[in-house]
Design a protein around this ligand. Structure first.
Ligand code: SAH
Length: 375
């Protein structure tokens, strides 16, 4: 049996846009065919690709040393070449009586990202980051204040999911099934600004094992500020993932402030792109709306939102604002929220109010890394 030569991983090259470099290449960056080709190039039989992929995606084993059916020398080579450490845990916290777990990771270049594992009676959801930081500058979002550090690689996105799926499988989420079922791209970053890597991650999360994690496309949600060309491109991908649009205001005056990318693509354009997505995929679009006291929670804005969405394939997800440290904004009072819901329902629009998981561990909406960097 030949062992894998200890060749260095893909050299870390400077990104062409001058941003910090991506990490070394990892198994999860490649589809199954590419893994086979790579291993063949290292003198390994093709079945090794399936064997190692089954460990990673099927058994959620991330440590090559635990892959005991591989010869020891192969394990060492695999560790070097295919399973480099991408995420080093900095902190893991639990709250909501063990139903929510938050992980803070340090990446190979020191950048910090967060992921959250949320258990419900019928499902387990992971909220992943797609970028370190974010360039969209929404003033109510902690991540938006810090700016963009860099895009995550496909494998850095997948490894967050595989790690937390392993925590769930080991019984780490109280009162929930052990199998991860849902992934939402609602952690740090703007997923559609890291388009190619995010789409590759979605495809791999949904590919059947051992190629990928075998999730249902319908159980994956990609959330965007509304990058219209990327939304239209996503509509043509032949994927049935749920699209979430962070609208937060029904009028351009306010949305220009709350979601600055609105200065480029207006409410009417972004909703048009959302309806195209709904038409082409048959999937109802989720309209995200953070309820901010005296800012976007007036009855007339509920009525305007209702008129924009009535009769459309849409569902509104109201998010009580999670106030960021030092922010001038607060969540809407409950009676105001109830009136907003009532008016939307009267207009015939489906509405839910999102639960506020992870608040006491700063796990909600970009708070975590802000807390870590401040301490
Ligand atoms: N960039 C993507 C995904 C990241 S955040 C997007 O904007 O859609 C996921 C959701 O959390 C978005 O709807 C975002 O606007 C919202 N969010 C961010 N900060 C928040 C806060 N402090 N309180 C409530 N929701 C927040």
């Amino acid at each position: 049996m030949r062992s894998l030569p200890l060749t260095p991983s893909r050299p870390v090259t400077a990104a062409s846009d001058g941003r910090p470099a991506l990490p070394p290449q990892h198994l999860a960056d490649l589809d199954l065919g590419q893994r086979q080709t790579l291993l063949a190039g290292l003198g390994q039989p093709a079945y090794r690709a399936k064997q190692i992929s089954t460990h990673y995606f099927g058994r959620l084993t991330r440590d090559p040393q635990a892959m005991t059916d591989l010869p020891a020398a192969v394990r060492a080579g695999v560790a070097e070449r295919l399973l480099p450490t991408l995420l080093t845990p900095v902190r893991e916290d639990a709250c909501d009586s063990g139903a929510t777990r938050k992980a803070l990771w340090r990446l190979h270049d020191g950048a910090l990202v967060e992921s959250v594992l949320m258990g419900y009676p019928d499902r387990v959801t992971v909220c992943v980051s797609s970028q370190a930081g974010c360039g969209m500058a929404c003033p109510f979002c902690a991540t938006g204040q810090a700016g963009l550090t860099r895009n995550l690689s496909t494998a850095e996105i997948i490894d967050q999911v595989v790690h937390l799926a392993g925590v769930a499988a080991a019984g780490g989420v109280t009162g929930s099934p052990p199998r991860l079922s849902h992934v939402v791209f609602m952690g740090m970053g703007e997923p559609l600004a890291n388009y190619g890597r995010v789409i590759a991650a979605v495809r791999r999360l949904c590919a059947p094992p051992p190629e990928g994690l075998g999730l249902s496309q319908r159980h994956v949600t990609v959330s965007t500020v509304g990058l219209v060309p990327a939304m239209r491109r996503l509509a043509g991908e032949d994927l049935s993932v749920t699209l979430a649009l962070s609208l937060h205001a029904p009028d351009d005056d306010l949305r220009d402030e709350l979601v600055p990318v609105n200065q480029r693509w207006k409410v009417a354009e972004v909703l048009d792109a959302a309806w195209e997505y709904a038409d082409r995929t048959g999937r109802r679009v989720s309209i995200e709306y953070a309820m901010i006291r005296d800012v976007n929670d007036q009855p007339w804005r509920a009525d305007l939102l209702g008129r924009l969405l009535a009769g459309r394939m849409a569902h509104v997800n109201l998010i009580p604002l999670n106030p960021t440290p030092g922010s001038r904004w607060d969540a809407s009072p409950k009676p105001i929220e109830r009136e907003f819901v009532r008016r939307l329902r009267t207009a015939g629009v489906a509405v839910t109010v999102r639960d506020t998981r992870g608040r006491e561990i700063d796990g909600a909406c970009g708070q975590l890394v802000a807390a870590e960097t401040a301490s």
